[in-house]
Write a protein that binds this ligand. Structure first.
Ligand SMILES: [Zn+2]
Length: 357
């Protein structure tokens, strides 16, 4: 059976994990000095390695190697990787979010580890727990059971009660830099015998926008077709990278090139994208330009990789605020009207013409 790249190349040791060096350093130190906490909160965008790191920590706590832990090779490491280690439990809070689920967990934690040194509970999407479930869980965190470690993962830490947050060691996962994702893809392609052009990898890494998992899914799609990968292959399969498209559309309307903008828009729709979604994403692009223009640290506000922000800086500087403001208003109104329109595409095309004036 074909195994997705994302699964086939899941890191087995901390050294395999990419783009989160600041977190690896902290965890390695705590493991080496035996100062691992009893509760962690892993925060960050999807696909940046939260669950993977949680498993690595679970392995490290139960690894039987004398050398660096986790070794990725002992029985405990292998069983945890396979999901068959009895003392490591993964729970998806999106589907186990009731107070009863947490009560079951609270009863379980009273028992010592069965085979390992530590029991580890990895709770994914923890912000999905119900209020009652949070309250029940808080009691567990207040009186942490011996030899148990909780690792809470979330894309949305602001939805967690402060009382939960304050009892955890919080680690923030960053979007992975494009250059790092690209190097990883280059390595994977070499290992599976695919000859990939450097500009194909660059395009893929850019589309991943800091998420290794998203990037690997795209790479999976693209290499399905053969043992060679060119930029054209990637463009054929994915269409133009979204950031490139919006830079182009914006440049066209900014310089009054209505024909160019309409053509770029039509090409995107012919790739199967939906008119309203393209319009909404374009609106986000204008917002990014505005934030980049006025903020010294746009990365703290925008959900974009550092490279994508760098790319937009050039356009933000070249575009004056009056134009951005007028475009946001025109596009917003068009999107509002288009929601109930028989032909939303037409309204967005009309907005393009108006923005060109
Ligand atoms: Zn091991």
């Amino acid at each position: 059976m074909y195994q997705a790249l994302y699964r086939a190349f899941r890191p087995e040791t901390f050294d395999d994990l990419i783009g989160q060096d600041h977190i690896v350093k902290i965890l390695k130190n705590q493991i080496a000095s035996d100062t691992v906490g009893h509760a962690y909160l892993f925060c960050g965008t999807r696909g940046t390695g939260k669950t993977t790191t949680a498993r690595l920590l679970a392995k490290a706590l139960n690894c039987t190697s004398d050398g660096e832990r986790p070794c990725g090779e002992c029985d405990a490491c292998r069983a945890i990787a396979a999901g068959t280690f009895i003392d490591v439990t993964e729970l998806d809070a999106a589907s186990n979010n009731s107070v009863d689920d947490i009560r079951t967990l609270r009863e379980e934690v009273n028992f010592p580890p069965a085979v390992g040194r530590k029991k580890v509970y990895i709770i994914d999407e923890v912000h999905m727990l119900s209020t009652q479930a949070f309250n029940a869980f808080l009691k567990t965190l207040e009186e942490p059971p011996k030899d148990t470690v909780f690792i809470l993962c979330t894309t949305d830490p602001n939805k967690l009660p402060a009382t939960i947050q304050s009892r955890c060691i919080r680690l923030d996962f960053r979007r992975v830099p494009e250059s790092v994702i690209r190097a990883r893809f280059r390595d994977i392609c070499a290992r599976i015998g695919v000859k990939a052009d450097e500009d194909a990898l660059a395009l893929l890494a850019g589309s991943a926008d800091g998420s290794v998992r998203d990037g690997l899914s795209l790479l999976d799609l693209c290499i399905g077709s053969g043992d060679r990968l060119t930029r054209e292959d990637v463009l054929d399969l994915l269409g133009m990278a979204p950031s490139e498209l919006f830079v182009k559309l914006t440049d066209c309307v900014r310089t009054g090139d209505a024909a160019g903008a309409l053509t770029a828009f039509a090409e995107t729709l012919s790739e199967g994208k939906e008119a309203l979604q393209v319009g909404r994403d374009w609106l986000d692009h204008f917002r990014s330009l505005m934030i980049i223009k006025f903020s010294d640290e746009p990365q703290n506000i925008l959900n974009l990789s550092a490279e994508n922000i760098e790319r937009l800086k050039v356009q933000a500087q070249a575009t004056d605020m009056a134009f951005i403001s007028a475009s946001i208003k025109t596009l917003s109104q068009a999107l509002l009207d288009a929601r109930w329109a028989a032909r939303p595409r037409t309204l967005i095309e009309l907005a393009i013409i108006e923005m060109c004036r």
